[in-house]
Design a protein around this ligand. Sequence first.
Ligand code: PLP
Length: 356
Amino acid sequence: MDISVTKADKLKDHPSDSGLGFGTIFTDHMFNMDYNPEKGWHNARIEPYGNITMSPAMMTLHYGQAIFEGLKAYRTPEGGVQLFRPMDNFRRMNRSAEMLCIPQIDENFVMKALLKLVDMERAWVPSAAGTSLYIRPFIFATDPYIGLKASSTYRFCMILCPVGAYYPEGFNPVKIWVTRDYVRAVRGGVGRAKTAGNYAASLYATELAHKDGYTQVLWLDGVELKYVEEVGSMNIFFKLGDEIVTPELNGSILSGVTRDSVIAMAKSWGMKVSERRIAIDEIFEAHAKGELKEVFGSGTAAVISPVGNIKYHEKVIDIGNGSVGPTASRLFSELMDLQYGKIKDPFGWTVPVTPA
Ligand SMILES: *Cc1c(COP(=O)(O)O)cnc(C)c1O
């Protein structure tokens, strides 16, 4: 399939690297392609970024058949642009698609489309420390029909936003809030898919956490309400003594690319890393015994997010006295150095965006 290109008549002014937030500024172009049962995925095109017209009956609006991904393009010290494990995002997108009855995409083709789009928009990749070009691929159902079924038509789209450093005020620990009243995902549900409804379902408890002065919710499993799952849009890690532990992928947890990178990197340093079930009680007991050394989240947006407090059943534990532990710090700086091309990549994770 060829990718047609329609250039924008007028290019936008670029924001300064220092004023970048997250997710409000979009580049000049986007990639689109459509699906129908006769043609499969077709009409692949790069065109000016702009609004989409839709039927009020468009199925996604009613039944939420939508999936997304999130990854970044980074500016290297030499002025080049590179991606981090992009194929892992497209592979995960296909796993999400399967669960939501959305047709599979050709991972190699969308990778080619992404390289072409980012190359066209390379001037939008910011270069100040910690900034990047966030990439949002997504697929949604487009049938104009309000009967309940899987849609027969879809749109695949990729849009790009220059984004600021996640920690403009420094790398500070966040406070997380554990609830037994609400769950994000259940056994047999769609927790492992990056699908729109999972995020809508997490908003209410997150608001309660905010009202209580906490940044994010730490979700427990939806069956026994005992085992730690993940935080907001991050996976979670604990350092117990000398060992790093993280919940195993049990079907209701999202399989983070950053999670996988943290595991591989820590193992490459000779650290012991276990993926297993972790009861929230075990974490509080380890803290009481002085064995809970560090807690941190992992995700594309923040890379590593140290956790300074956990509240559960009116009990609050402090981790690391407000400072960031050595493992979280080292993971944060080495992962960033890899992503930005500041150090050699022994894992084969980075993909250069070469100019056409
Ligand atoms: C996207 C996401 C993550 C992190 O995945 P990365 O690939 O590391 O960005 C973790 N949990 C949830 C629920 C997510 O949506």
